[in-house]
Design a protein around this ligand. Sequence first.
Ligand SMILES: *Cc1c(COP(=O)(O)O)cnc(C)c1O
Length: 408
Amino acid sequence: MQHNSRAAQSSITDSIIRSEQQVLMSTYARPPMVISHGKGVYLYDLEGRRYLDFVAGIAVNALGYGDPGVRRALDEQADRLWHCSNLYYTEPQVRLAEDLVRFTFADRVFFCNSGAEAIEGAIKCARRWANQVKGEENGEIIAFNNSFHGRTMGALSATGQPKFWEGFGPMVPGFCFAEYNDLSSVQALHNEKTCAILVEPVQGESGIHPASPEFLTGLRRLCSANRCLLIFDEIQCGLGRCGAFCAHERYGVTPDILTLAKPLAAGLPLGALLTRGEAGETFAVGSHGTTFGGGPLTTHVARYMIKRLREPGFLQGVNERGAHLRRGLEALARDFEEIVDVRGLGLMAGIDLTLDTKKIISHCCERGLLVCRAGENTIRFLPPLIVTNEEIDTALKLFREALDKERA
Ligand SMILES: *Cc1c(COP(=O)(O)O)cnc(C)c1O
């Protein structure tokens, strides 16, 4: 693996970075390279440097880059139609919904464009259901500290991290926050006004924290006993990432509402809201909608993505390679006392470090490995689901070098 020297950076890279700083709003802190293309589990920058990608577009590019099947699905649908709005029926949207209903707990689906929009849909669905069956004043939702549900006002208000709220008040009312993996804290908040509990089966952005089985089972029991909807946000942990089609299958706990997005259309923007029973009957004509959501191009590609996930051995492979990654990270943790915890499920892993995670990410990048943070002290590993054990070994080797460098 080459060392990615920054010494001889071309003027085009520098000029793009300079322009970005002038014309884009400064919402992202990016490393000083410009990505030009990708192949398999690798990204390449304009300087021709290669990066082993353990970010995968933040758990989006589950099939890596340049997958020929994704490309074929794109071409097929691009030849026919890519947008005509939800005023009209299109076949790919209906077929994808059929697939999702066939392969999950759900009996109805609503499509949108992103994770945050799926969460907005879930909140609206739960509130409207509550309006219909429990009365308007009973639309409160219990969410969790350190959760992440997105950046739009509703999703942000459901996100239990006050640092994301700063400067954007007032938040949407009707949310309260319990402690993750602490059922008694939920029981303490729950009352007759509660209509739903919103939870990530594995908390992603705040540091890859899997729920305990007792916690999810307890939430299910609490919701069923009190006529409350259980909403799982599987935007990051769902669709194969945790080694099952949906992460909650690993827990044997079924929600009433589920949100999906990130990898759903293998890199194209598509989100979905899945429901079972009453919850899915609450929306009527005109009560919710979207211009782009569930268009024929994204849904046709998503059908291919679902087909790949369902291929024999695919999910088992995720589990096996997830275990390989886990063993490698645990071996690293034995050699580096600065690694204080290793967590994860399937190919969704996080380690807590006492070292400066920003600097380690930058050392990784210089060595040709992309990883990202989750919270302040956690580094996340979210490789494409097609990653091989050899590629995992390469990533672990580069990561070890980065740790050595930071420690030196
Ligand atoms: C990324 C993410 C979201 C928000 O998705 P966007 O597509 O960025 O709006 C919501 N919930 C979880 C768990 C996520 O990881």
